[in-house]
Ligand binder design. Structure first.
Ligand code: HSE
Length: 306
């Protein structure tokens, strides 16, 4: 019988404030699990128990990502995948990235590692393109590699693993309303002023510097997105209350996770993180919107065989 493996592919928080499409981090305690085995059939089969996501490999992000890896190798290899979705689609926590990254990571393992994890990012991006129309890497890179990543360049693809303080804690709240990345990308302004761009890249550089030197005050000051958040926050009920409440409870800062509707805060203290999580949950309770809160350190491993 063919070898069968199970993969954990972490959920992610992308953009992380000012870094639209370039910054992302991996979460520890949430991610898709994918059972995978090679087959002799020359086709990809996908089963997603309990989900209405497409099982057709040409339409499913994991199928598209896996196929792009096989195309690069020029081989006609059959593959069976059972995807246990733990990251809710349309949550802003990198659901499509988790499946895409897990699929290419697992396939690479089964084929005895023709590619490095870094090289796998290009294939996982094809899954993102199928999901949102744009092949962005800010979710798939941290899901594959773990840690806090920067997409310094898309052409050529240049992914940098950033230094960050061990104590950093992410509080993410997922309100049970769906925002599709494709829609949430379409509403963004295409042109921005030079003045706004100057402020934004100051914040990106400040955030990267604050992470490297564990300067929490600098991280907090830099966690400001002046370009994307003002538009997207209109899609998230209670966003201003979430943000002010996070800061009031001692979070370093707060912004939208990916394309929303999840919202995240960065903290450097467990008690503060718990208080922020409770405050987030209470705000959505008052709005009669169900929500889940995740409190996590940064996942160092990325995709792994479990
Ligand atoms: N960088 C992407 C966006 C992430 O903000 O549209 C989508 O999860």
């Amino acid at each position: 019988m063919d070898k069968s493996i199970k993969i954990f592919a972490p959920a992610t928080v992308a953009n992380v404030g000012p870094g639209y499409d370039v910054l992302g981090l991996a979460l520890e305690n949430i991610g898709d699990e994918i059972e995978m085995s090679l087959s002799d059939s020359k086709s990809i089969t996908i089963d997603i128990p309990g989900s209405d996501l497409p099982a057709d490999p040409k339409l499913n992000v994991a199928g598209v990502a896996a196929q792009s890896l096989l195309d690069k190798l020029g081989i006609d290899q059959g593959l069976n995948m059972t995807i246990h979705k733990k990251v809710a689609p349309g949550s802003g926590l990198g659901s499509s990235a988790s499946s895409s990254a897990g699929a290419v990571f697992g396939l690479n393992e089964l084929l005895e590692k023709p590619f490095t994890k870094n090289e796998l990012v290009q294939f996982a991006m094809e899954g993102e393109k199928a999901a949102s129309g744009v092949s962005h890497a800010d979710n798939v890179a941290p899901s594959l590699l773990g840690g806090f990543t920067l997409v310094r360049s898309y052409e050529p693809l240049d992914i940098i693993s950033l230094a960050y303080p061990e104590e950093l804690i992410i509080v993410a709240v997922h309100p049970h309303i769906e925002v599709k990345t494709a829609d949430s990308k379409k509403i963004l302004r295409r042109d921005i002023s030079l003045g706004l761009a100057v402020k934004q890249w100051g914040n990106v550089a400040g955030l990267v510097s604050g992470l490297a030197s564990a300067d929490y005050s600098l991280i907090g000051r830099s966690l400001e997105d002046l370009i994307v958040e003002p538009t997207r926050s209109m899609l998230i009920p209670g966003f201003e209350s979430l943000k002010s409440s996070a800061v009031k409870h001692g979070a370093l800062g707060c912004s939208i996770s990916g394309s929303g509707p999840s919202v995240f805060a960065l903290c450097n203290n467990q008690q503060v993180a718990r208080n922020v999580g409770e405050a987030f949950s209470n705000i959505f309770d008052e709005l009669t919107i169900d929500s889940n809160v995740y409190i996590s350190k940064i996942n160092k491993e990325g995709c792994e065989v479990i």
